[in-house]
Design a protein around this ligand. Structure first.
Ligand code: ADP
Length: 247
C-alpha cells in the first residue's frame, strides 16, 4: 500500500539546509498497525507529514497503492489525501466554536461531493467513538479524552483507509489514552491501516510493528508478536466522571 524508497527531506531556513530524513526505505501493507517511535527531533512528524501527503519529499519516491505521488499536482495530492487519509493530532485541532457534530462534518464540506447524508455520517462516526450523547457540546465543554475522540470521529468521517496519528495520547491520562488506543485497535480490526507516532514505548506496544527512527534514519524495525490490548487494560479502571477534564 505504502512504499517509500530512499526518501529524503531537507528543510531550508534562510541559507541553512537541514537534512531531516536521510534516505528512508519503508513498506507498509494495508491493515497494519505501525508505531513510529524515536527521540524528539528524530524526524517522526516530518515522516508522518510526508506519508499523509501534507508535504513532499525532497528526494526519493513515494508510491501509494502503486501510484507515484511525487508526480501529482497540489490539487491531486489534496484530493487523494481527502479520500485516503484521516489525521489525529496531539492537540486535537478542533474548532472551538463548533459543536462536536459540526467539527466532524467539516471534512465532508471539503470533499469533492458534499454527501446528502453528511449529518448522518458524522453522527455514525461520533457513535463509533462512544460520543453520540455529546453531539452539541463544544470542545471547551468536553474532557481531553472526549476531544480526542471527536477528532478521531472527524478523521473517520471520510471513511479513509489510512489513519495517521501524531502523539495522539500526548495530552491524555492513561485511562483516556487506553480509550483512544481501544478505538484504534477496534478500527484496525475492521481493516483501517494505522500509523501512530509516539515517544512512549508502552503506547507502541499496542501496535503490530514498531519502526524506530533516530537522527532521520530507521534504526530498527520489529514485529510485536502479542500487542497489548487496550480493552483489557481498561477493565477495572473506574468509570470516567462525565464532563471532567482528563488531563
Ligand atoms: P520529531 O517529530 O521526531 O520530534 P520532527 O520531524 O518534528 O521530529 O523534526 C525533525 C527535525 O527537523 C528537528 O530538528 C526540527 O527542528 C526540524 N524541522 C522540523 N520542521 C521544520 C521546518 N519546517 N523547518 C526547519 N526545520 C524543521
Amino acid at each position: 500500500m505504502i512504499e517509500l524508497r530512499d526518501v529524503t527531506k531537507i528543510y531550508h531556513t534562510g541559507p541553512i539546509e537541514t537534512l531531516v530524513l536521510k534516505g528512508i526505505d519503508l513498506t507498509i501493507q494495508a491493515g497494519e498497525f505501525c508505531a513510529v517511535i524515536g527521540p524528539s527531533g528524530s524526524g517522526k512528524s516530518t515522516l508522518m507529514h510526508l506519508l499523509g501527503l501534507l508535504d513532499r519529499p525532497s528526494g526519493g519516491t513515494y508510491r501509494l497503492d502503486g501510484l507515484d505521488v511525487t508526480q501529482l499536482t497540489d490539487i491531486q495530492l489534496s484530493q487523494l489525501r481527502n479520500e485516503k487519509m484521516g489525521f489525529v493530532f496531539q492537540n486535537y485541532n478542533l474548532m472551538g466554536r463548533a459543536t462536536a457534530l459540526e467539527n466532524v462534518m467539516l471534512p465532508l464540506v471539503y470533499a469533492r461531493n458534499y454527501p446528502n447524508d453528511a449529518k448522518e455520517r458524522a453522527f455514525e462516526a461520533l457513535d463509533a467513538v462512544g460520543l453520540s450523547h455529546r453531539l452539541n457540546h463544544r470542545p471547551g465543554e468536553l474532557s481531553g479524552g472526549e476531544c480526542q475522540r471527536v477528532a478521531i470521529a472527524r478523521a473517520l468521517v471520510n471513511r479513509p483507509e489510512i489513519i495517521l496519528a501524531d502523539e495522539p495520547t500526548g495530552n491524555l491520562d492513561w485511562k483516556a489514552s487506553y480509550e483512544v488506543l481501544d478505538i484504534f485497535q477496534k478500527l484496525n480490526d475492521q481493516g483501517h491501516t494505522f500509523i501512530v507516532v509516539t515517544h512512549e514505548q508502552e503506547i507502541a506496544q499496542h501496535s503490530n510493528r514498531i519502526i524506530e527512527l533516530i537522527y532521520g534514519e530507521i534504526s530498527s524495525e520489529k514485529q510485536v508478536t502479542v500487542p497489548l490490548r487496550a480493552s483489557n487494560q481498561l477493565i477495572g479502571l473506574p468509570e470516567a466522571n462525565n464532563g471532567s477534564t482528563t488531563q
